[in-house]
Design a protein around this ligand. Structure first.
Ligand SMILES: NC(=O)c1ccc[n+]([C@@H]2O[C@H](COP(=O)([O-])OP(=O)(O)OC[C@H]3O[C@@H](n4cnc5c(N)ncnc54)[C@H](OP(=O)(O)O)[C@@H]3O)[C@@H](O)[C@H]2O)c1
Length: 271
């Protein structure tokens, strides 16, 4: 973004941005990029040490303000804490990046963890976008970025529930994109391919080629207000392009092979 674009972006979506999942990976890269543009940034996560470190980095490098909110977004209380702690500031941009996945056969996985995933990946973005969205509508300006995934567009064996949560997010974003555009609120689904972050370790996957979080931060922010979905990074475009000619059942089979590769170190029961 050049300086004029940064000023226009800040004017449309500032002064404060709330970034969930700011302690790591994609959320952290987006929070840093927003600080660089000149946003004051609310950093949300559970890992307080990582949030403090990022807060110091943003404040010393970019001279903008930050707020840290330590919150578990799998809990209603955690989401309420975010809303209460931001009640006194003008939030023009919500970035809902917090999320996690699992891998392997669904029936072998822990049901509690799968339910927690739905809470973090789906309930939390719904709660936060509902509340911040209402305030943006009354101001007739703002932006919401949801982090979807290329897994959102077909079923994914060995990541069945995770892909389901991303299908929900993709669909929520596409619907809200149209509902909120008359109010000058930009809504974006960012749908990356594999990204090297804390994600794979928590999901028990070993990924091959990955994008770097800071490679996709600028393309994601640049797409806000211009389109409804962005496929950030060359690898994402290559993967979505390769899958695009297949029927949906064919995409499921390809994703099955991909996920087998990502999880084959894990267990011999995936066969
Ligand atoms: N990496 C990929 O390949 C990839 C691809 C497509 C989409 N995505 C999506 O991108 C988003 C960010 O993932 P990432 O790759 O950046 O992974 P990451 O490095 O593991 O970051 C995940 C973030 O989510 C936060 N989080 C997880 N559970 C939480 C909870 N219960 N309460 C509050 N915060 C929680 C973590 O914060 P704390 O640990 O501090 O709580 C962390 O900041 C996710 O929605 C993911 O589904 C990832």
């Amino acid at each position: 973004m050049n300086i004029q674009e940064k000023i226009a972006f800040l004017d449309s979506y500032g002064p404060w941005a709330v970034v969930t999942g700011a302690s790591s990976g994609i959320g952290k890269a987006l929070a840093l990029e927003l600080g660089k543009i000149g946003f004051d940034v609310v950093l949300v996560g559970r890992n307080k040490a990582a949030l403090l470190e990022l807060s110091q980095e943003i404040e010393t490098k970019f001279f903008t303000q930050t707020k840290i909110i330590e919150a578990d977004l799998s809990q209603l209380e955690g989401n309420r804490k975010v809303l209460q702690a931001t009640a006194g500031i003008t939030v023009g941009l919500l970035v809902a990046s917090a999320g996690f996945g699992t891998s392997g056969k669904l029936l072998d996985n822990n049901l509690e963890t799968e339910l927690e995933m739905i809470q973090v990946n789906c309930h939390s973005p719904l709660i936060l976008s509902h509340s911040f969205g209402q305030k943006m509508v009354s101001r007739r300006k703002g932006g919401i970025i949801f982090i979807s995934s290329i897994v959102a567009f077909q079923g994914v064996p060995y990541a069945a529930n995770y892909a389901g949560t991303k299908a929900y997010i993709q669909s929520l974003a596409e619907g809200l994109h149209r509902e909120l555009s008359p109010f000058k609120i930009a809504v974006l689904a960012a749908s990356p391919g594999p990204v090297g972050s804390g994600f794979a370790k928590r999901a028990g996957m070993v990924m091959g080629n990955t994008l770097k979080p800071d490679e996709i931060a600028v393309p994601i922010l640049s797409a806000l207000g211009k389109k409804g979905t962005v496929y950030p990074g060359f690898l994402t475009k290559f993967l979505t392009g390769s899958l695009s000619l297949l029927p949906r059942w064919g995409k499921v089979r390809v994703m099955e092979l991909v996920m087998r590769g990502f999880t084959k170190h894990q267990s011999t029961s995936i066969n």
